[in-house]
Design a protein around this ligand. Structure first.
Ligand code: HEC
Length: 208
């Protein structure tokens, strides 16, 4: 009898382990642990901030996964040490209804954090990075892209106001797109007087 029961136990243990590791590697709903009990449109600022804390490590780890190809890797590795321009994630109807948190690197910090409406000229070497996530009508959370803008030397790209636009998928792959139509046209048309910058919503802006 003894031998039978000791033979069963390891089998049961092995099955449990198999289930756990299968659940762990499921990439699609890794963020399910952060789901909320109300639609995204009804989240309070506090709910959105809590959710961001829940996603936090996972979001950054995703962006950092794999080869960044044409996107400077240091942007992705460093942006979390830059100045946070938002105090909490605010929903934007424009960037696909996503909740957004913006960071600005040391070169651009002084100019960006004034959130000036006119006469803005960002210095060459400024980089802005914006994290995103969405919450659907059922309260399901999904990680969104990391959006990046880099100010390059004057005259390098006049059509985009000398900004390079880039985006990294939540899985870490650089996203191929026509940046003129996908990004620059809206930024230039909407925010021409602010050197193409959208800024976080007023209630979400951090202190300089
Ligand atoms: C339809 C208009 C529109 C399009 C298209 C768009 N953006 Fe934006 N973008 C905005 C607005 C509005 C903000 C400010 C949003 C906020 O934080 O509330 C913004 C903010 C940003 C920021 C933060 C810096 C800033 O401007 O204050 C980055 C970085 C950014 N966008 C990158 C991109 C990239 C990359 C793309 C293309 C994949 C893109 N955007 C497409 C409107 C747009």
């Amino acid at each position: 009898m003894k031998t039978v029961s000791s033979a069963i136990a390891p089998v049961a243990f092995a099955i449990t382990l198999a289930c756990v590791s299968a659940a762990d590697v499921s990439p699609a709903r890794a963020e399910a642990a952060c789901d909320v009990d109300k639609p995204g449109s009804e989240l309070s600022l506090m709910d959105a901030a809590k959710l961001w804390h829940c996603l936090n490590e996972d979001l950054v780890a995703g962006y950092r996964t794999g080869d960044k190809r044409w996107i400077p890797e240091e942007f992705i590795n460093d942006y979390r040490s830059w100045k946070a321009a938002s105090d909490f994630p605010a929903a934007s109807s424009v960037h696909g209804g996503r909740f957004l948190v913006t960071f600005v690197n040391p070169v651009g910090e002084k100019a960006y954090m004034q959130f000036a409406e006119e006469g803005v000229k960002m210095p060459e070497g400024s980089v802005l990075a914006k994290e995103s996530y969405t919450v659907d009508e059922k309260g399901h959370v999904a990680k969104g892209p990391l959006f990046i803008m880099q100010k390059v030397a004057e005259g390098t790209s006049p059509v985009t106001g000398d900004w390079y636009y880039m985006a990294v998928a939540p899985t870490g792959e650089p996203m191929a797109m026509d940046v003129i139509t996908a990004c620059s046209a809206c930024h230039q048309a909407s925010f021409g007087k602010r050197d193409g910058m959208g800024y976080p919503k007023p209630e979400a802006r951090a202190k300089p």
